[in-house]
Write a protein that binds this ligand. Structure first.
Ligand SMILES: Nc1ncnc2c1ncn2[C@@H]1O[C@H](COP(=O)(O)OP(=O)(O)OP(=O)(O)O)[C@@H](O)[C@H]1O
Ligand SMILES: [Mg+2]
Length: 347
């Protein structure tokens, strides 16, 4: 007897991957991360959350691999392993019939990149011809409850780890969009670069991310705060600590915040007037983990003089949107060509 697998929604992100199983909700929410042996064969030791935990306990003979970069597959083999692991964990390996899947993809990826995503999904066990790719901001808009199929304009800005995707959506399609390779990871890198320049000190990515979540802000804080940061002196190579202020972190994050603002402006400038009017009324909806940077919503609102709203569960919006489509598969037919990349447009 064949056991039918449930439809699933997958948000394969640069920083985190989530899998939604029909009628169940998000069952996988893990970092897009693997731990492999340092030796020649790079045997996989752990994936996802287990990999993160293993890194914390670091054995010296393993290295971390982030197989996704800037929203796309950087290391194909590692992405395959990871995706297969997440899909099997989500639906159970005993399923005899492969699942149908709705999967998110950045706006305007090349045909080669799209094919790589398809191939990885097939390897992960998705049924052939039953993989539906949906652009990330479209999925995020559904996940944050926007009326994407209605004849009104809605604007969503998904700020993830690797990319920021701004889009105006109406009648089941993306009308205007802009995708830039700037997100939470570039913010971390900006903090690393600032501390290198100002303190001659090298800090790790994790430390930079901690500084960002503790002190980071898109606007200067009313009351300055400070944290002690550990790193390595670039001249002596010895461990060093430095006190970093919130003003300094704000300075470091200025450039990625400006780039995000510019992407939003780019989309607004190209939005047809009647849809722009709708957006003025309903506001710009922020999703993605990077949108949680303190005061980023206020910064965008004050620069553009428009309402800006942060989604309730920003890190899950894209997966919830893909999941909503898995729950209501008939909606796929209502998605416009521009945002719904069907099998036929592949070649
Ligand atoms: N409170 C916070 N303040 C600032 N940044 C945050 C906060 N919480 C999470 N982030 C950032 O959010 C990012 C991860 O967001 P998310 O999971 O949405 O990315 P992703 O979907 O994996 O990436 P992408 O969509 O770009 O491929 C990380 O860079 C993380 O540092
Ligand atoms: Mg994302």
């Amino acid at each position: 007897m064949a056991i039918v697998a449930p439809d699933i929604g997958i948000d394969l992100g640069t920083a985190n991957t989530q899998v939604y199983v029909k009628k169940k909700g998000i069952v996988i929410n893990e970092p897009s991360l693997l731990v492999v042996d340092r030796g020649g064969r790079h045997a996989v030791r752990a994936i996802g959350e287990e990999a993160r935990v293993m890194l914390g306990r670091t054995a010296a003979d393993v290295v971390a691999v982030r197989p996704m970069a800037d929203g796309m597959i950087r290391d194909f083999d590692m992405t395959q392993y990871m995706l297969q692991y997440f899909v099997r964990k989500a639906i159970g390996v005993s399923r005899l019939v492969k699942p149908r899947a709705i999967m998110t993809i950045p706006c305007r990826v090349s045909p080669i990149e799209r094919r790589a995503v398809r191939k990885a999904a097939m390897y992960a066990g998705i049924r052939e011809n039953q993989l539906h790719l949906v652009e990330k901001p479209f999925a995020a808009a559904i996940g944050s409850g926007l009326p994407v199929f209605e004849p009104v304009g809605s604007m969503v800005v998904d700020i993830g780890g690797g990319t920021t995707e701004a889009a105006v959506i109406s009648l089941g399609g993306i009308v205007v969009s802009r995708s830039i390779r700037i997100g939470g990871i570039k913010m971390d890198e900006a903090i690393v670069a600032y501390i290198k320049r100002e303190f001659n000190m090298l800090i790790g990515d994790r430390t930079a991310e901690d500084v960002k979540t503790a002190l980071g802000s898109a606007l200067p804080l009313k009351e300055e705060r400070r944290v002690l940061v550990r790193g390595r002196d670039m001249i002596t190579n010895l461990p060093q600590t430095a006190e970093i202020s919130s003003t300094q972190v704000y300075e470091a994050l200025k450039s990625p915040c400006q780039a995000i603002l510019a992407a939003i402006q780019h989309v607004l400038e190209r939005t047809p007037p009647e849809l722009a009017g709708d957006v003025m009324k309903s506001g710009i909806h922020l999703t993605g983990g990077g949108s949680q940077l303190f005061a980023l919503d206020q910064y965008i609102a004050s620069e553009l003089d428009m309402p800006v709203l942060l989604a309730r569960d920003p890190m899950s919006c894209a997966a919830l949107g893909a999941g909503h489509l898995a729950d209501n598969i008939e909606l796929l037919h209502r998605i416009g060509k521009s945002s719904f990349l069907r099998e036929e447009d592949e070649e």
